[in-house]
Write a protein that binds this ligand. Structure first.
Ligand code: BES
Ligand code: MN
Ligand code: ZN
Length: 499
């Protein structure tokens, strides 16, 4: 979908969009439209239950007095609650309302919202951003879709007093949206198309943004001693890969150590010999969600030329049962030297991350490491689908993530990391076992990851199992892969690690 900005003009064809506040108050534009349509706006509002609640819509077809074929009224909600996320949601709502309705072009009139901290230009930029985010579709494999089922909306013009200011504010947001789309593409791809080697190949496209891409193959990982990651991969016909994506946006910064993002990239998780039940196993194509977010995030940072030194590391494997697969009871040796007894081959994410985290710290010496993983079903039991689980060894980092979550709508909820949980993963034969029983399953998983964090490194782990895929449409996230984490971490970087 094309997005552009222009000055206010009510003389437009296609769909014309105006806002109404929660108390039914017409925006300046809606007021003017009411006049030129001889009261059609206020009459339609009265005849319906539409009162301007946030993200409610009312469509008026071919009103007389204007050129537009449709007038779409959109509820703005309460002015005091109106912020960037609310503006993004409105943009998304507009795309959802018009998407398949027949209009090819839409013009959205933005008036300042009195009582809100958001300027009209920021409102416009965020509405455009939300509209773009909602327009995402993964339709690569639909070859027989009927024309009337396809979205009709091709372009949206956001009209505002100062279009240049809005365009400027939209610039970096459009780059973040590119990263979100890359992540959604990766997460949506089926596992016969996206496997470790093909995933690694796709990351090479980031080189054209100035990202240094390094890919480790099996031999190199063997040499480095990554026995835990390779143990997971050994049952698959697809070879494992490890990818490092390095963005040096602040090369002259005094402190050259980077911030690192590490992603779980299990391109398909059958469970291995501890095989999963058949029901919903297809979901496990998105068990590479963490790696998808890291890839999209580094794309976003590089595309918007963020003034930060950042590195993304993704561990790519497929977890399959076969004659060569690892068995329950096997003991593997990680790159760190610590050994792990593999009680359950389905607890494979922590095995992959143990080596990815260690290699990342050895190779790049980051001051901060944030990992993302669709790690446990237990986090879905704890938090459902509204927050990612946050585990951190550093209170400041945790607070920054919580704040960035609220600012982007990708919210996180902090979980404990007490030493008391360590006992559950004690092994009789190795340094630890890879499962700690059902109780506190997300915490014991995080505690295992923590054993691979080096002294002095600020670390946060985001368990994104509940938020990586959405079974229903949300204002700025069509159902499917959400890319949860790209917006959150881009914001964390811009708030605290740039400049
Ligand atoms: N990839 C799964 C976790 C998962 C479950 C992600 C549902 C998304 C939706 C992970 O590898 C896994 O299988 N975890 C096990 C751990 C258990 C064996 C200790 C789980 O959560 O059941
Ligand atoms: Mn698993
Ligand atoms: Zn998994």
């Amino acid at each position: 979908m094309r997005v552009s900005f222009a000055a206010l003009d009510l003389n437009r064809t296609g769909a014309l969009v105006a806002f109404i506040a929660d108390n039914g108050a017409l925006s300046a534009t809606a007021e003017r439209l009411d006049k030129v349509t001889d009261g059609a706006v206020s009459r339609a509002a009265k005849a319906s239950r539409f009162r301007g609640a946030a993200n409610r819509t009312l469509s008026i077809l071919s009103p007389s007095g204007i050129k537009a074929a449709r007038l779409l009224l959109v509820g703005l909600g309460k002015a005091a609650e109106f912020d960037a996320v609310a503006a993004q949601n409105l943009g998304g709502t507009i795309v959802a309302a018009l998407g398949t309705a027949g209009d090819e072009v839409a013009s959205v009139a933005i008036d300042p919202v009195s009582g809100s901290k958001l300027s009209a230009a920021e409102f416009a930029a965020n509405a455009a951003y939300g509209a773009l985010l909602r327009s995402y579709r993964f339709d690569r494999y639909r070859t027989r879709e009927k024309a009337e089922d396809k979205p009709t909306l091709k372009s949206i013009t956001v009209m505002v007093r100062d279009p240049a200011a809005a365009r400027k504010a939209f610039g970096p947001l459009a780059k973040v949206a590119e990263g979100v789309f890359l992540t959604r593409d990766l997460v949506s791809e089926p596992a016969n198309v996206l496997y470790p080697v093909s995933f690694a190949a796709r990351t090479r496209a980031l080189a054209k943004l100035g990202v240094q891409v390094q890919v480790l193959d099996r031999k190199q990982m063997e040499k480095l001693g990554m026995g835990a990651l390779l143990g997971v991969a050994q049952g698959s016909a697809h070879e494992a890969r490890m990818v490092a994506l390095r963005w040096n946006g602040a090369p002259r910064a005094r402190n050259k150590r980077p911030i690192a993002f590490v992603g779980k990239g299990v391109t398909f998780d059958t469970g291995g010999i501890s095989i999963k039940p058949a029901a919903n196993m297809e979901d496990m194509k998105w068990d590479m969600g963490g790696a998808g977010v890291v890839t999209g995030l580094i794309h976003a940072l590089a595309a918007r030329k963020a003034k930060v030194n950042a590195v993304g590391v993704i561990g790519l494997v497929e977890n399959m049962p076969s004659a060569t697969a690892q068995r329950p009871g096997d003991v593997v040796k990680t790159m760190s030297g610590q050994t792990i007894e593999v009680i359950n081959t389905d607890a494979e994410g922590r095995l992959v991350l143990s080596d990815a985290l260690w290699w990342c710290q050895e190779r790049f010496r980051p001051h901060t490491v944030i990992d993302l993983a669709t790690l446990t079903g237990a986090i879905i039991i704890s938090l459902g689908h509204h927050h990612a689980g946050l585990f951190a060894n550093d209170d400041k980092l945790a607070d920054w993530l919580i704040t960035a979550g609220k600012a982007t709508g990708e919210t996180v909820w902090r979980m404990p990391l007490d030493e008391a949980y360590d006992e559950q993963v004690r092994s009789d034969i190795a340094d630890m076992k890879n499962v700690g029983g059902r109780d506190g399953g997300s915490v014991t998983a995080a505690k295992i990851l923590q054993r691979f964090i080096q002294d002095g490194v600020a670390w946060a782990h985001l368990d994104i199992a509940g938020v990586t895929w959405s079974s229903k449409d949300k204002p700025t996230v069509p159902k499917g892969g959400t890319a949860f984490g790209v917006r959150l971490l881009d914001r964390l970087v811009s708030d605290h690690y740039e400049g």
